[in-house]
Design a protein around this ligand. Structure first.
Ligand SMILES: O=C(O)C(=O)C[C@]1(C(=O)O)C=C[C@@H](O)C=C1
Length: 100
């Protein structure tokens, strides 16, 4: 297919081979888009709460990073989601406190 031409039919948009599958995929993608919007909102909320904690600790003379707490968070995500959960938690921590 010419990559400059946008996909027009449901089958092209979804990769499905039947209208029924294309319909199902279209609906499920809408749910995924809505879930992703909520996940992004929750990540932004987590970043704001994390910033409050970090500011309080730094204002009190402490450091931005608290490694023992980060170990708890990494374990939490790994226990819930398996090995890729650790990577997800590391990405979340980087979003919340920057790179260390
Ligand atoms: O719980 C804390 O003490 C925080 O500062 C929050 C947070 C986090 O985003 O989860 C951020 C930085 C710390 O290194 C540990 C955890």
């Amino acid at each position: 297919m010419n990559t400059a031409t946008p996909a027009t039919t449901p089958a092209e948009r979804t990769g499905a081979r039947t209208p029924e599958a294309a319909e199902l995929i279209g609906g499920a993608r809408e749910r995924i888009d809505a879930l992703d919007d909520r996940i992004i909102g929750l990540v932004q909320e987590r970043m704001a709460v994390s910033a409050v904690i970090q500011e309080a600790r730094i204002s009190s003379g402490g450091r931005r990073v608290n490694l023992s707490r980060e170990m708890e968070i990494l374990s939490h995500y790994r226990d819930a989601l398996g090995k890729p959960g650790t990577q997800l938690a590391m990405t979340l921590l980087e979003l919340c406190r920057g790179r260390v």
